[in-house]
Design a protein around this ligand. Structure first.
Ligand SMILES: [Zn+2]
Length: 270
């Protein structure tokens, strides 16, 4: 047999698979750290294109909280923002719709799962047929502002109201008579004004409790691990189907959704 060069990615995948086989928990280790710890002689066996399937995880108590967006807190300090899915787990997808949305919808459909989509007005205008598809497939609609204005809450009540109403109008042009149950402030930068305007327009302010920072485009496995480690009963998980290249999020969801489905009831916000 001719010895051949083994690509580094094969070594990493092999070590990860080996560690999983041995029952070791891979927690905070980066692949580089894993290699250093395991040494260079570990046998590469796994197909590098196959993501190792992580075993179902218990709610994590040993991992630090996931970082938040600069300038914004994960859950704003403002009262009246919903941040629990009760006894269940809710998957929420922000910043769409986008050309990635159909892949996510197909995945949700195949798994029989309903989610919540927080839509940006300008994207609704670009892809009204995707908004119609989201609604038709039974997912919950959430207003995510007209153009993702992070500082909307600092504007006048009139400005906030016009922004949210314009977004709702665009959604209802795509889906006549749509029920829009929620508003989610971009960046979680809630203010008392934005909370009260959302409520006055019939929308519940929607926060989140698990944020894998997928919008920063880490590898799919990182997104998967962050979500699976931090999700427990009541979690509202924040991910993104819009706002850029979301292929890693879609890939992550192929593991996240079936794994969470075995442990929790995955529900749309109601
Ligand atoms: Zn957003």
């Amino acid at each position: 047999m001719t010895p051949r060069r083994v690509p580094k990615s094969v070594v990493v995948a092999g070590i990860v698979a080996l560690a999983l086989l041995l029952g070791g928990r891979i927690t905070a280790c980066t692949p580089a750290q894993t290699i250093a710890a395991a040494g260079p002689t570990a046998a590469p066996t796994a197909d590098p294109t196959t993501t190792p399937t992580a075993p179902p995880k218990q709610p994590a108590t040993d991992t630090p909280p996931v970082a938040t967006r600069p300038g914004g807190s994960t859950i704003g300090p403002v009262a009246g923002v919903k941040k629990s899915a009760g006894q269940n787990v809710a998957l929420t997808f922000d910043d769409g719709p986008s050309p990635y949305t159909p892949q996510l919808l197909a995945l949700l459909r195949a798994q029989g799962i309903k989610a919540t989509f927080c839509l940006i007005g300008t994207e609704v205008q670009k892809y009204p047929h995707l908004v119609a598809q989201i609604a038709r497939e039974g997912h919950t609609l959430c207003n995510h502002s007209w153009h993702h204005e992070l500082k909307l809450g600092t504007k006048s009540v009139g400005t906030i109201e016009a922004n949210l109403a314009r977004t709702n109008a665009a959604i209802r042009r795509a889906v006549p008579g749509a029920t829009i149950r929620y508003y989610r402030q971009p960046g979680g930068m809630w203010t008392p004004n934005v909370v009260s305007v959302a409520k006055s327009l019939g929308m519940t302010p929607l926060g989140w409790s698990v944020d894998p920072n997928d919008w920063r485009r880490p590898p799919a496995k990182t997104i998967t691990d962050r979500v699976l480690r931090n999700t427990h009963r009541g979690s509202i998980v924040l991910m993104h189907d819009g706002g850029g290249d979301r292929s890693a999020t879609i890939t992550a969801c192929r593991t996240i959704i079936p794994t969470l489905k075995k442990q929790f009831s995955l529900v749309p916000m109601r």
